[in-house]
Write a protein of this length. Structure first.
Length: 340
């Protein structure tokens, strides 16, 4: 089974690679799974002065072979035409990465970072002064060492301040120059620093339908639906009047009223009917990608979807990107769900 899944995954990725690589610029830009890469190459006809065949290959760019009949072996012939540019731009597939592998820009990208969110760290990387702390916050420590010399400091305060950054300088009398100078030789300054995105890219935590308590929140998620459930309850049964209850308790409940009794044979009690809204949010009966409705997405669903693509059959639970058709892109999304 693993071999079948691996083979199918390779085939789907290979298909997308082939599709993107065959696209022109307009097709590439319109396909969300592909990316257009601009690449211009500067050339010069003069680079082919020693080869007529190579010169002729670029005749469409203005190159032409100019013969010179004088001298040994037509010495002096050359490739004329000057400089030109070749457009080597191409279309490539967008690589599907896990959220944790994405940078901040990629995490917020509509294609690369679909289903991801950037979580800001407690501290900015630039504010961290120690290497261990830098690594703890998913930042990168950059080593930067530079050399300095005590003789570069022209006053006593700067001279002695250099000792705080690794120097061993001293402001003393220099009998050769007949003045005070900063002496102590050269030393290394540690300018290393912490750098990075100050956060990490994480998968968006999907809410459970059952955790949504309002109809608007429930209907916001495509996989959830609001189930109306209105129960009619007797006011007398709602209140626990043992040993007793009050008229305030009764009339605090919508639809309930209090009967004030006048004698032992006419006791007080709560009466009426109350509509209890027990509506709830539930998952829609089918799971997107669960073609055989076994409550999980696996290789069986992939195989069924492949058959749908071949036979041009449409099923809503297989339309992963909700574009109204079942194709290779739905398969890729299903494979990605299984891998994640």
């Amino acid at each position: 089974m693993k071999k079948i899944f691996s083979l199918l995954y390779v085939l789907t990725i290979t298909y997308v690679h082939a599709q993107c690589e065959s696209y022109g610029e307009a097709q590439c830009i319109s396909d969300s799974s592909c990316s257009w890469v601009e690449e211009q190459q500067s050339m010069d006809c003069g680079n082919y002065d020693n080869s007529q065949s190579l010169c002729d290959q670029y005749s469409s760019y203005g190159c032409s072979w100019e013969f010179s009949w004088g001298g040994w072996q037509n010495y002096g012939s050359y490739c004329a035409g000057g400089t030109f540019e070749i457009d080597s731009s191409y279309c490539e597939p967008i690589q599907l990465l896990n959220c944790t592998e994405l940078s901040q820009n990629q995490c917020n990208h509509p294609h690369y970072g679909d289903g991801c969110q950037w979580v800001q760290a407690e501290l900015d990387c630039d504010s961290i002064a120690y290497e261990l702390a830098c690594n703890d916050y998913n930042c990168q420590w950059i080593n930067d060492f530079q050399w300095a010399n005590c003789s570069n400091y022209n006053n006593a305060s700067d001279c002695y301040a250099a000792n705080n950054i690794g120097g061993d300088c001293d402001w003393i009398w220099n009998s050769t120059l007949w003045q005070d100078t900063c002496s102590g030789g050269s030393f290394q300054i540690d300018l290393s620093y912490c750098s990075g995105d100050s956060g990490s890219c994480q998968e968006i935590e999907m809410l459970e339908c059952s955790s949504l308590s309002t109809e608007s929140n429930c209907n916001y998620l495509e996989e959830c639906e609001w189930v109306e459930n209105i129960d009619i309850e007797n006011c007398y049964d709602i209140l626990d009047c043992n040993p007793s209850c009050t008229w305030q308790d009764c009339e605090a409940i919508e639809g309930c009223n209090w009967h004030f009794g006048t004698a032992y044979y006419d006791p007080s009690y709560c009466y009426g009917e109350h509509e209890a809204d027990n509506s709830y949010c539930a998952e829609i009966e089918y799971i997107l990608g669960d073609i055989n409705e076994d409550n999980q997405i696996n290789i069986q669903d992939i195989i069924l979807t492949v058959n749908m693509v071949i036979e041009s059959i449409y099923q809503e639970s297989a339309d992963m990107n909700s574009d109204g058709s079942i194709n290779i892109y739905d398969l890729i999304l299903m494979v990605d769900i299984i891998i994640r």
